[in-house]
Design a protein around this ligand. Structure first.
Ligand SMILES: [Zn+2]
Length: 180
């Protein structure tokens, strides 16, 4: 993978993200208005207050292949139920009442909050490349693992410190693997 090609496209992706979020902001709803009862047992009030949700028929993805990033065509074409851009996340309308999906996207809002959007984009892209696809992206793995515990187990835990410690471990390793 040509990392410099990826890096050169990041500003265009960022622009697409900012435009997409601004276009949808009028219909975004505060997560706290949606009445999910369990999330507050896992996330800080600040995390929940920051998040806004947009319900859509198809979650919007950046035009990565158009930008020449063919290594991400699987990510772009994947029919995901949710996607997160900063504090705003998009969920497929049919899954909008699924609290586990909101849990998953909230993990990504924490990653964005800690890293900032630009560094999150880079780390996510490197995770996709180094990990070898969506499933093995460490930034997805942690979200899926914690979501799974939330969905299936009664035990309570706080998400923010887990996500923070996970990023401290994996982001430097991803940068190193990419020669950055
Ligand atoms: Zn995810």
């Amino acid at each position: 993978m040509d990392i410099s090609a990826l890096q050169s496209r990041l500003p265009a992706i960022r622009k697409w993200i900012d435009t997409t979020v601004e276009e949808h902001r009028p219909v975004a709803r505060p997560l706290t208005s949606l009445g999910f009862a369990r999330l507050a047992h896992y996330f800080d009030a600040e995390t929940l207050k920051r998040a806004s949700v947009v319900e859509v028929d198809v979650v919007p993805k950046p035009p990565l292949t158009t930008l020449g990033l063919h290594q991400f065509s699987d990510f772009e074409q994947m029919n995901g139920a949710g996607v997160t851009y900063g504090d705003v996340y998009f969920v497929e309308r049919s899954r909008a009442r699924d609290e586990s999906l909101h849990f998953h996207e909230l993990v990504h809002t924490i990653q964005c909050q800690i890293l900032g959007i630009d560094r999150f984009m880079l780390a996510y892209a490197l995770g996709h490349l180094v990990g070898g696809g969506y499933e093995n992206n460490p930034l997805e793995e942690v979200a899926h693992t914690l979501e799974g515990i939330f969905a299936r187990e009664p035990r309570l835990f706080r998400v923010e410190p887990i996500v923070s410690q996970h990023l401290e471990r994996v982001v430097p390793a991803l940068m190193k693997a990419a020669g950055l």
